[in-house]
Design a protein around this ligand. Sequence first.
Ligand code: IVH
Length: 676
Amino acid sequence: MATDFAARAAELREQLHYHIYRYNVLGSPVITDIEYDKLYNELKAIEAEHPELITPDSPTQRAGSDLSEDFPKVRHAAPILSLNNAFSEEDLRAWEERNLRLLPAGTQLSYTLEPKLDGLTIVITYENGVLVQAATRGNGELGDDVTANVKTIRNIPLRIPVNRDGPKAPERLVVRGEVLFHKKDFKALNEKQAEAGLPLYVNARNTASGTLKQKDSRITAARPLTAYIYQIVAAEGAVWDNQWDILNYLRDSGFQVAPHSQLYPTLSDIIQQLPTWESRKNQLDFEIDGVVLKVNDLRIASELGYVGKDPRGAIAYKFPAEEMTTKLTGVTINIGRTGKVTPTAQLTPVFIGGVTVVSASLHNYDQIARLDIRLGDTVIIKRSGEVIPYVIGPVIGARDGSETPILPPETCPFSGDAIVQLEGMVDYICPNPLCPERIFRSIEFFVSRGAMDIEGMGPQTVKTLIDKGYIQDEGDIFYLQRDLLLELEKFADKKVDNLLASIEAAKGRPLPQLLASLGIDGVGGVVATLIADRFGSIEAIMNATTEQIDDIEGIGPVLAQSVVDWFADVHHRRVLDKMRGAGVNMQAEARVAAGDSLNGLVFVITGTLPTLSRDQAGDLIESHGGKVTGSVSKKTSYVLMGESPGSKADKARELRVPIISESDLIQMIGGSISPA
Ligand code: IVH
C-alpha cells in the first residue's frame, strides 16, 4: 500500500512541477487553478499520512510568500500558519478520526464553525491597547509592514477596548484576521472607476491585496476595505481556554468578528450545517470560499500539533468549484443608454455551481486585449453568487492556432454610426444620442423600478410604444393618449387605466428621483440628492457651471462636467421641456427647518451611532441650523462620535475639538430624536 502512495506522490509531484512551470515560466497554464489545487491537495493529503514520503523538492515544501520590496519586513510573533483543506463530509470524518487516534481514548471534540473569508491575512499588534503594527502574512515568518495602510481600515480599532467597559487589553496582543472588500463596496469602487473612464477591477481579492500594498496610504484610505478578526496569534498577560471565548473576547474588545460564527458540540452537528452555509454564501456581503472548523479546546488543539505548516486542530471545508472551462463561440454586443458598447461572451453551455451558463460578461475591449481573449478560445468562467458569470481568461495552452482576435465593432449594429473611443476612456461608444437602441435603453431605464418607477411599463411595452411611434423619448410618455393605447394588442380598459394612473403618479416624483432617472453618466440617487439640494430646481441645475457643481462636497470635476454636458445637449433640453409642459415636478421640496439651536456650528460625524444612521444625524444637524463637513479641522465645533470611530477621532483629540455622543447631540437640540 505504502508503495502505491509513494508512486502516486511521485506522479503528483511531477505533474505539479509541470503545471507550476507552465503557469509561472511560460505564462500558459493548461489547467484551472481549481484543478491545480486538487492535485496539490491530494499530494498534501498523502504527505500528511506518510510524512516519510515528503521530498525536499515537493511543491508542498515551497513556502508561500507575498513579500514585496516596497515595505520594511516584520518578524511575526509566532508562525502565521495555513490550513489543510477538506472537500467532502468523508474528508472531515477522516480528519476527526485521525485526530482522535492521537488523543486519549474517550476525548470529545467540540468545534467552532466560522466562514472562510476570501481575503488576505493581516496580523495586527497592540501594545497596552494601542495599535502599533500591522503586517501581511508574507512567508509566514516575515511579513510586509503595512501599518499605515491598515490604520486606514475603519473597522480596525486603533485602540482596544473600544468601549470603556470592554475587557482590559493585555500588555501585548497580536491578532490575525482577513482583509477584504464587501461586495457592495467593491461594486461602488467599480462604479467610480467606470465614471472616471478607468478599467474595472475584476477580482475583489486581488484588488484588496493591491490596495493593502499601496505605497501611498491615501490610496488605501480612499478604498473601503473591511477586516474580520478570528485568531489570537500571541498574547502577553492573558490566556484563553478555547476558540469560542477568543471570538467573544475579540468582539467585546471592538473587533469585527465574522457573522454566523458558531460553536457546535460535535462534528455531526457541523456536517448538518454545511448545506445551510452553501446557500447562505450568496447572501453574505463578503466572498467566502468555504468554512473553517476549529477544535474549540485550545489545549487539545495545541496537543494535536502540526503537519508541516498546518495545525491538525483546524481544517478548511471548501465549497464545490465555481470555475469551469468551456469554449468561447461568439461575442454579442449590447449598446447601453449612454452609448456604451458591452461585449458578451457566447459559450458552449457549461454547468457551474448548479446552473447551466451559456453567456458571460467580457467587461470591455480593454480587458479582452489585456487578457488576450480570442474567439474560439477555451476560457475559464467564474460564477459566484449573484454576480453575472464572467470570463476570467483564456487557457492559452489549449489553443490550436484557429483562434481569432476579438475587436470592437466598427459600426453600431442598431444605428449604423461609426463606433468611437473617447480620449482617455476605456469604453467604446455609439456616439449618436438618437440611436434607436440607446433611446430604447434610456426609456427602459427611466421608467424602471429604481428610477421613475412607472408600473405597467416593462421593457416589452416600451418596445411596442416605440415601434408604434407613440413615444420617441422620455418626455412623450407623459402625453400618451388613452384611445391610442386601447388600440394596442392586449391593452384592455383596466390595463390602460392603470398605466395612465402610474404615469400620472410619476409626474409628482421628488426632484432627486427625476434627476437620477435621466441617465446622466455618474448621477445615481446619492449624487442626484446632493445636486438637487444645492440648486433646488431643474432650471437652476441647467444654468449651473462646472465649478458650481464641482464645489459640492462629494462631487468631483469629471462628474460635474458630465452633468453640464448632459444639460447642454439640445435633445435633452427638448425632452425636459416636454416634461415641464406635461406638469412633471421639477422643483425640490422646501426643507423645513426644525430649529436653530445649532446655528453656526460645524460638525464632523465618525463611527457608528447607537440609533441614528449618519445620514439621519446629518439631516438632524442641518435641520437645526448646523453644518456637517467631512474632515476635522480647527473650524470644527464638535466631532459626533459613535462606535469604531475612524482616524477623525484621533484628529479631534489632536486639535482638541470636543467629542460628543449621539445623546449629547440630542440634548443640544432640545431632547427629542424626531425632527419637529
Ligand atoms: S484560521 C492556523 N479562520 O484561509 C489557523 N483562517 O486557507 C489558520 N481564512 O491563511 C487560520 N477565514 O488567511 C482561519 N475564519 C478563518 C479564516 C481563515 C479565512 C484564511 C486564512 C488562511 C487561509 C487558509
